[in-house]
Write a protein that binds this ligand. Structure first.
Ligand SMILES: [Zn+2]
Length: 319
């Protein structure tokens, strides 16, 4: 088990607004921010023969259904983030009860530590920063139109970006006038974002508690990485103001490019070592609705192959 300790962040994000975010922070990870880092040395094989790397789901992570069928097996040994100690084979299952597609197991804390000890080139702060700015502008613009009035009119609106990665969405939402704060498990990313004068803290959604509900929470390419997405969405629901906005993006296994690449045997997502779930537009919208969010917009994400982006508003019809 990892040693955990409570920490309290008092993030001043604007002259009059204080956002208190409480996180239980995992022990700091050794971070190598670039895979091309000449100092990089492979981590020791701390999980020999993969023992303990994976925790099998004992049922569907969305509905707890016990019956499922194997839909795909894929090799992940060539994945850029693979390291000794991680599995080389992924098994994807489909729940008989709710049709959710999920991996047979999720990673143990030790395996997650190995995985987060390295980062994709695109996860490095500053990479293609102008392209990132342009790509995120549409997203921020759509969210801004859902606010009671545009944030550039001076309204105080707080935007928390969970899994902020290279900081692109934090930077762009701040540029539009949101009081933006990023949360990410990679300490190097957080340090690089704060070095540019923006707000970011190290943490994990599973440990996030926001005491003052916020206006917007984004999970861009995050939900498919979370072992139990329903629990993550419940946490988001409790952290948002009534009629607050959630933005979720992830691959869409039901779109044409997913089907075509799967048929050709070139779909990268079956061997994506960081993902535990595959959603379709319908399954993601259904999950959001079940957790108290009304989807109000669907878009094709321009950041990754086969990806979608859904904007939804918290409703108070269910708690
Ligand atoms: Zn299910």
């Amino acid at each position: 088990m990892q040693t955990r300790f409570a920490n309290r962040f008092n993030c001043l994000i604007g002259p009059q607004i204080e956002l208190y975010v409480f996180l239980l922070i995992s022990r700091k990870f050794a971070i190598i921010s670039s895979m091309s880092d000449p100092e990089y040395k492979p981590a020791p094989q701390s999980i020999p023969n993969q023992i303990g790397a994976e925790i099998p789901y004992d049922g569907c992570p969305l509905c707890a259904g016990k019956e499922s069928q194997l839909v795909q097996e894929a090799n992940c040994g060539q994945h850029p983030l693979w390291q000794p100690g991680l599995p080389t084979q992924l098994r994807w299952l489909c729940c008989n009860a709710c049709s959710h597609v999920f991996r047979s197991a999720y990673f143990s804390p030790a395996a997650m530590k190995l995985l987060f000890s390295r980062a994709h080139a695109c996860q490095v702060v500053g990479v293609e920063i102008d392209q990132q700015r342009a790509q995120w502008a549409d997203t921020v613009h759509r969210v801004n139109r859902l606010m009671p009035e545009p944030v550039w009119n001076g309204r105080a609106a707080v935007w928390v970006d969970i899994g902020c990665g290279n900081g692109g969405l934090v930077f762009t939402s701040a540029e539009f006038g949101f009081q933006a704060i990023g949360i990410d498990m990679r300490q190097a990313a957080v340090e690089q974002i704060t070095a540019l004068g923006f707000n970011a803290i190290v943490g994990d959604i599973a440990e996030m508690m926001v005491t003052d509900p916020v206006d917007v929470i984004s999970m861009a390419d995050v939900l498919e990485h979370v072992p139990y997405p329903r629990e993550a969405l419940k946490r988001v629901f409790g952290s948002l103001k009534p009629e607050g906005v959630i933005v979720v993006s992830c691959p869409n296994y039901d779109c044409a490019s997913w089907r075509a690449t799967s048929k050709a045997g070139t779909n990268p997502y079956w061997g994506e070592i960081e993902h535990f779930h595959n959603f379709s537009r319908a399954s993601l919208m259904r999950l959001l609705a079940q957790e108290g969010f009304m989807p109000v917009d669907y878009q094709v994400s321009r950041r990754y192959k086969s990806c979608m982006e859904i904007t939804a508003v918290r409703t108070d019809s269910c708690e």
